[in-house]
Design a protein around this ligand. Structure first.
Ligand code: URA
Length: 427
């Protein structure tokens, strides 16, 4: 007897994807269909597409790119790999920001509590470090006890209570990005516009936002090396957001030197705390205020006032408390790397470069980033007191303080960092 087709292939049956065939299609410049893309993401999330095949596919995407239709389908499939947050009726506007990644970028730690002080809800889903760029989750987890894996019910309760949570992708929220993000990080496939768009927008669309501001960075410490590519990336991100009814705006910001004066997980938390307490470096505070203004109706002066009157700081303490962190540890050095030294200026002059790409790579090599998906990051290592472009330094003045786990990594970092700084002698 002939088998009955409907019995063999019931309506809800979708056959597993044939990954070698789809990798070859993309490798040879073909366009993947919506069904192929959703099948790939479904099977990868379920664990039936192995990492080696997904790595090959992401490398093919890296070289061949994706059409706008493919990028939109990938974003949607990744968003739909998990739940989309739902809020009570008449809840405040939901807003967020996302950065395309930079060195010393601790903006989220300051901005999220600041926006919550304005009565907005900030349901922030962030990522870990990617390549040489740091990740908000790794920074937050350098606070003893801080948990970034809240379940949805706890996260929503926290939103109702203090207006902000900061968590990572979970098994229920963007699980596809959680897996793909980790894989891209260790396979040199991060700097691909369609993969960045889908990664960022799937997380932000799963947050079900009203308004989103994007900090799109360009320069040696960013994935987009020039401003033109950053503008293109910003427009691709905005296009996906608009198609899904989210008000998206963007700030194109330079990443030729690190943001602020620190790079490294715990060191950046200290600088974020200083900024929340009305101190902190001017470039960080200015960028926080620029981004806040895009999603919040309050004036720049009022927002700056929240950094000076202690209210943003108090909200950050509530956030740390609510997510299990030891808020008292924020007021004293949290981690101290055992080996520290200053790199000093070889002569007097004006700092002409403090290369974010080199500084980011050094911080990564010191142990702040991951070579493999299972690697733990070292919270204590990194750079602090980084001299800024345009500053005058005397001969032998410190250009940067290095924080290392071992003596040999300290020496390597010191050597590599010499190339990061260029000092122009005064005429
Ligand atoms: N941030 C993300 O969430 N994903 C990327 O791919 C890059 C930056």
């Amino acid at each position: 007897m002939k088998p009955d087709f409907a019995e063999a292939f019931p309506l809800n049956f979708s056959p597993p994807v044939n990954l070698p065939f789809l990798i070859a299609k993309k490798r040879d410049g073909g366009e993947l269909s919506d069904a192929e893309i959703s099948g790939i993401i479904r099977d990868f999330t379920a664990g039936t597409v192995p990492d080696h095949q997904m790595s090959a596919l992401t490398m093919a995407i890296y070289f061949r790119g994706m059409t706008p239709r493919e990028t939109a389908a990938l974003t949607q499939a990744m968003m739909e790999s998990g739940d989309v947050l739902q809020y009570p009726a008449n809840s405040p506007p939901k807003v967020d920001k996302h950065s395309t990644g930079g060195v010393g970028d601790k903006v989220s730690l300051v901005l999220a509590p600041l926006l919550a002080c304005e009565g907005l809800w900030v349901p922030m889903i962030s990522g870990r470090g990617l390549g040489i760029t740091g990740g908000t989750l790794d920074k937050l987890e350098s606070i003893p006890g801080f948990r970034t894996d809240l379940d949805q019910a706890a996260a929503l309760r926290q939103l109702e209570k203090i207006g902000v949570f900061m968590i990572g992708q979970t098994d229920r929220l963007c699980p596809a990005d959680r897996k793909l993000y980790a894989l891209r990080d260790v396979t040199a496939t991060v700097p691909s516009r369609p993969l960045i768009v889908a990664s960022i927008m799937s997380k932000k669309l799963a947050e079900n936002l009203d308004r989103l501001v994007l900090d799109v960075k360009h320069g040696s410490g960013a994935f987009m090396k020039n401003r033109e590519d950053a503008i293109l990336l910003a427009s691709e991100l905005a296009e996906v957001g608009r198609a899904m009814d989210v008000e998206v705006s963007s700030v194109i910001s330079p990443m030729d030197q690190p943001l602020g004066r620190t790079a490294g997980n715990a060191l950046e938390v200290i600088e974020a705390v200083e900024t929340l307490q009305g101190r902190g470096p001017a470039d960080l505070r200015d960028l926080v205020l620029d981004l806040a203004r895009r999603v919040c109706p309050a004036s720049r002066e009022d927002l700056a006032g929240r950094l000076h009157d202690g209210s943003a700081w108090e909200r950050f303490v509530s956030l740390v408390d609510a997510q299990g962190g030891d808020a008292a540890s924020l007021e004293r050095p949290i981690h101290a790397a055992p080996f520290q030294c200053d790199l000093r200026a070889p002569h007097a002059g004006v700092v002409a470069s403090a290369d974010a790409g080199i500084i980011g790579s050094v911080v990564f090599e010191l142990g702040a980033g991951r070579r493999d998906m299972q690697d733990a990051v070292d919270p204590a290592v990194g750079c602090s007191a980084i001299a800024k472009i345009g500053e005058f330094v005397e001969k032998d003045a410190p250009l940067v303080r290095i924080h290392a786990r071992t003596q040999s990594s300290l020496f390597h970092a010191e050597d590599a960092l010499r190339c990061a700084f260029q000092i122009n002698s005064q005429p």
